[in-house]
Structures are given as C-alpha cells and as structure tokens.
Ligand binder design. Structure first.
Ligand code: SF4
Length: 369
C-alpha cells in the first residue's frame, strides 16, 4: 500500500502547537505548507476551485474540531425513522475523508469538504472522553474512530493512535476500536494497550479488493498486519462488510474465512460483524461515473424501507447465514453480529425471536475483552 503524501498541507493557526501538527509537519519536510485562520476558508476555496474528489484529496487540512467529538453512531437511525438493529456504538470523528478509493465508499456522497481533514486538537478530544467515561463509571462505551475516515491509514503521518491507545488503557468501562483497510500498524506494536484497544479490518476476498478497493492494503497485507497486532496482544476484529454478491461469492468468502482463522488465532478474535452491500440512491450514479469499470452488481440493488439500496432480502439472508455458519465452524467462540440490518433479516439469520437490545449487544461484546 502506498503511504499518503499530500501535495499541500493547510494548517489552522489554532492547532499550531498540537502534537499532531508537529508529527505531520515533521514527517513531511518537503510539503508545501500554508497557514490559515480557520478551516471554513477551505469551503469557499473548494466552491471556487471545484476540484475533482481525487484531486481535492491531495490537500491535507489540519484543523481544530470546534464542537463535540463524541457521539452515538448514527448507523441505527435511518432516514425513514425506522431503526436497524444496532450495537450501542459511539464514534469520535478525529478526521474526515480517506485517500483510499473504494468504489462503494459512502463518503464520496456524504462529505461537504472534499479535502483530507485531520482534527489536530487531540488534547480536547481526550479531555472530552475523560469527562464522559469518568462521570458515568457504570456505563460501558465502545468507541470507534472509523466513521468518517479510515482509523489508521494516516497514522504513520499523524501518530494519532499513540495518545488514543494510551488513554483508553486507563479505563475499564471503555474500549477503542480502530477500523481500517490499511496495514499501518507500526505505531501500535510497542504500546501498552492493556487490551482496551481493538484493531479491526474491514475485509473482502482478494478479487473484490483488487476490483473495488483501490489504493487499500491488499488482502495479504491486511492479514499480515492483523498477525502482527495479534502477536502484540491486541484483540482482532473482522468486519465482513460490505459482502458483495457475484457468481463465485460462496467459494471466495468461504476460503476467506478459512484463511483468516488459520492465520489469526480464534482466541484473538472476540467478535466479527457481517453486512451486505448497501448505499444511498445518490451514490449509485457516482459509482458509475467515478468507477466505470467497477464490477459491483449495482443492478441487483433495490430500494428498501430505510431508504438505502440493498440486495433483495433473500439474497442478504442467504449471504449472512452462510457466512455465519462458516465463521462458527472455523471459530466457535467468536461472537457474530450484523450491522445495519433490519429486525426481520436479523431474526432469519440468527434464528432468534427478537434481536438483543442495543445496550445488551454492546455490553455483551465489551465483556468479551
Ligand atoms: S477505506 Fe473505508 S473510508 Fe477509505 S475509501 Fe474505502 S470504504 Fe471509504
């Protein structure tokens, strides 16, 4: 995987003293740097310049996040008001945008600012989390950084993982999840994580990685990085998401599951998640425009109750059920759940009357650490 090297770095004066700013500028001694008063200027700049998505990603903006970092994951709430089965997850948006280019990535249709943005005021982020965790010691928090960005893809530049891992090591009622399609794990390997940071990979068979997940780490690179993190004692999670339906999917996904659990000890994998391809309708046209050679079977996607396009329900149930069976055979103790699916699909896949509540599911996962 090629490391991210922006052509230009814009730095908000408010984060001039941040350790993240120092790390980035120290790691990019040759980069062109422009100091700005506030990142809002970049919105005007992008309107006037109107760069392509790929071109805009060549600029990195280091900015102060002005509001709250910590919030509930929006995955369970849908535009139609209908709730998907959710896992009581929280997110902190330490960055937004991603230099990798997955054809199906929803960020293409979602972000207002087309540049790569890193919120460098990590001190404020840690203060805010410390207050939340300490004032509610009986509550449990699983917190991810991968909602609007890849958690680790820029880590060799920013070093953001270090203060986060060390901070979470001090709490027993919270756990951090880094979710990535990169192999940037070098900063993690020597840290005293105390089992409170989970490193997770969103993963697909090599043919899907090659065809749809451009500029990401290859399947082999991701698995090699997972092996390193497992050897360093981190709990490892896999998100089989988005599952892609194509003629050879069964053979490919079955081998994927078998290879993962042959190489990563099942005891290192407390849970995995499953989710089939889905996208907001406006993304479909963008995928066709930006990735005309994509093999995604977009024609098979149909509107569903939550406003997203998805595979026909029997296909989703079949894919999730078979994945569940293969994973259970390879690693009986690993907990499996599904993200962003409705109650009906959950009941059919997990053969249960009623899915667990958000808090039950979230707490049961946290107890596995
Ligand atoms: S790695 Fe994740 S965030 Fe980056 S382009 Fe792919 S799906 Fe989007």
């Amino acid at each position: 995987m090629q490391p991210y090297k922006p052509e230009k770095v814009f730095v908000e004066r408010a984060v001039a003293e941040s350790v993240i700013t120092r790390n980035v500028l120290g790691n990019l001694p040759m980069a062109q740097v422009e100091w700005i008063d506030e990142a809002g200027q970049m919105v005007d700049k992008s309107r006037r310049w109107n760069p392509s998505i790929a071109r805009a990603k060549q600029s990195l903006v280091l900015a102060r996040h002005p509001g709250r970092f910590f919030k509930p994951c929006p995955a369970g709430t849908t535009k139609t008001g209908r709730r998907n089965v959710c896992c009581n997850y929280f997110v902190v948006n330490f960055a937004s945008n991603c230099h990798m280019e997955c054809s199906y990535c929803y960020l293409q249709a979602y972000l207002n600012l087309p540049y790569m943005v890193v919120h460098a005021n990590v001190e404020d982020l840690l203060d805010e989390l410390g207050q939340v965790f300490s004032s509610n010691p009986r509550s449990h928090y699983r917190v991810g950084t991968g909602e609007l960005a890849d958690s680790l893809a820029l880590d060799s530049l920013t070093g953001y993982s270090r203060p986060l891992v060390e901070f979470f090591a001090g709490f027993t009622n919270a756990a951090l999840e880094f979710k990535t399609k990169s192999n940037c794990v070098e900063n993690l390997l020597q840290l005293d994580h105390r089992g409170r940071t989970v490193v997770s990979w969103s993963i697909n068979p090599p043919t899907v990685v090659q065809a749809e997940e451009h500029k990401t780490a290859s399947f082999e690179q991701r698995l090699a990085a997972a092996e390193k993190c497992s050897a360093a004692g981190y709990p490892i999670v896999f998100h089989f998401d988005p599952l892609i339906h194509y003629p050879e999917w069964e053979k490919d996904y079955r081998s994927l599951v078998e290879e993962i659990f042959q190489r990563i000890p099942p005891r290192s994998v407390p849970w995995v998640s499953l989710g089939a391809l889905r996208m907001p309708p406006r993304l479909k046209a963008l995928v066709r425009e930006r990735f005309p050679r994509s093999g995604l079977p977009l024609g098979e996607l149909l509107p569903t109750e939550d406003g997203k396009l998805r595979y026909f329900k029997p296909i989703r149930v079949e894919m999730l059920s078979k994945m569940r069976a293969w994973i259970t055979a390879a690693s009986p103790q690993t907990r499996i759940y599904s993200c962003m699916e409705n109650t009906d699909v959950w009941q059919k896949v997990f053969q249960s009357q009623q899915p667990p509540s958000e808090v039950e599911l979230g707490d049961s996962l946290l107890q596995l650490l």
